[in-house]
Design a protein around this ligand. Structure first.
Ligand code: SF4
Ligand code: ZN
Length: 421
């Protein structure tokens, strides 16, 4: 029998409404991480016999046990051990990413960052109400059990503030993060036998279905293939359903009969054919929450990408908002497509149209955000080094002539590729 935790035994309030709460310097009682001390967090899968359910250990001083002249500053390691028959290594990062929300939902606690970049503040007010480190454990315990009940049979929490111990165990955490990154990097569409559908956005875009693959995350940017897989496990009848790939009908455009059947079924016949790798031919539909929109700049023979945060005009003569109004709503708009930020550096990005080396313009912020991974992908595909140096941005030009002049000066590959239209 699984026990559902409803009340969390902590001396302050707990609600999603506290998520945006900032704790300023003057209101702060204790601080961990934020480049001042070491701080990291880890969810780790263990065997059932290795985990004692609801055990919360504090190793090192608690916040009321430190003599401080001003703010209490301590290193911090938060380790959550999870055991469960349905738990998988792949779910570790999915659960770990939720720390951020669970901790921010606590009144008087602020959490920023992740992994070994975490940063936590506890307010004076929370301290005065009796909040101590074990209460972080209570919250994590309750939420892990509550939100991930189908995979979490047992959950044990260790909170460490002992400097030597935090450093000593950090190596294990780093090794775990690295193993996950390698796993994610090694995942390609060809290496799995299942993709996932997501229909969470059908409430406002009834014909919209995202098909989530290892190399193509949901267009909102929040649903990776691992997330979709975990969601299916955690909520079997929920928004993410498996699509057993079967035979690929066209590996250039990315066409699978199974994908077409699923999309057609979930969209109730509104969309019958979808390619996963083309922007021109039967592209995936877009709901409204895409992080980016990609469109064609015919005269440059390439793609322009703009992210939601960019308010200026793009070289296709439209802003993000204007592009969004013609791209969204769950319809297929060949030549325009919503997508997640991380899809840009995927080798499957516009694969049918020649891949990511077709990209000719992006806002500077987005370009910097994707640079490392995009450069690595394009180098692997074409041998070109530092490809993002060839991509124009708003600080260089956002009018057609200026963009073209820049591309020519840089010898951008799109200029000599097959005609995109
Ligand atoms: Fe699901 Fe995100 Fe796609 Fe919406 S945009 S259907 S939440 S993957
Ligand atoms: Zn959406």
């Amino acid at each position: 029998i699984k026990i559902k935790v409803t009340e969390i035994p902590i001396p302050v309030s707990f609600a999603a409404a506290f998520e945006g709460e900032r704790i300023r310097k003057n209101d702060m009682f204790a601080e961990f991480g934020g480049n001042k001390t070491e701080a990291w967090e880890l969810v780790v899968k263990k065997e059932l016999s290795e985990v004692e359910d609801h055990k919360i250990d504090i190793i090192g001083p608690n916040i009321d046990e430190v003599e401080a002249d001003g703010v209490v500053r301590l290193p911090l390691a938060v380790i959550v051990k999870i055991a469960g028959k349905a738990m998988e290594d792949d779910f570790e990062p999915v659960l770990e990413r939720r720390f951020h929300y669970f901790m921010n939902y606590i009144e008087g606690i602020m959490h920023v960052g992740q992994r070994d970049m975490s940063w936590v503040r506890i307010s004076k007010d929370a301290y005065e109400k009796g909040f101590r480190l074990e209460h972080i454990g209570e919250v994590l315990y309750a939420k892990m059990k509550d939100e991930f009940e189908s995979v979490v049979d047992k959950c044990e929490i260790t909170i460490i503030t002992d400097a030597a111990k935090v450093s000593e165990l950090k190596g294990e955490a780093l090794a775990r993060y690295e193993a996950r990154d390698e796993r994610l990097a090694s995942l390609v569409d060809e290496s799995v036998d299942t993709f996932y559908s997501c229909n969470l956005c059908q409430s406002f875009a009834p014909a919209h279905v995202c098909v989530v693959t290892p190399e193509r995350l949901g267009l909102c940017g929040a649903v990776s293939w691992l997330d979709a897989k975990a969601t299916k496990e955690l909520d079997p009848t929920g928004p993410c359903q498996p699509i057993v790939k079967g035979e690929c009908l066209d590996d250039r455009n990315g066409i699978w009969a199974s994908v077409n059947e699923t999309v057609s079924e979930i969209s109730q016949g509104a969309v019958e054919n979808v390619t996963l790798y083309s922007i021109l031919e039967d592209p995936m539909t877009s709901c409204g929450c895409f992080e980016c929109i990609c469109g064609i700049m015919p005269e440059a023979n390439g793609f322009v990408i703009v992210n939601r945060e960019f308010s200026g005009i793009t070289p296709v003569g439209m802003t993000f908002g204007e592009l969004a109004s013609m791209t969204g709503g769950g319809v297929q708009t060949p030549g325009f497509m919503g997508h997640g930020r991380h899809f840009i550096s995927s080798k499957k990005f516009a694969y049918a149209e020649g891949g990511p080396e077709r990209i000719v313009w992006m806002p500077k912020e987005l370009k910097e955000y994707v640079a490392e991974k995009l450069n690595a992908s394009v180098k692997e595909l074409t041998g070109i080094e530092n490809f993002t140096d060839m991509i124009c941005d708003e600080t260089i030009a956002n009018d057609s002539e200026g963009v073209l002049a820049f591309l020519e000066e840089k010898g951008h590959p799109a200029l000599s590729m097959d005609c995109v239209m």
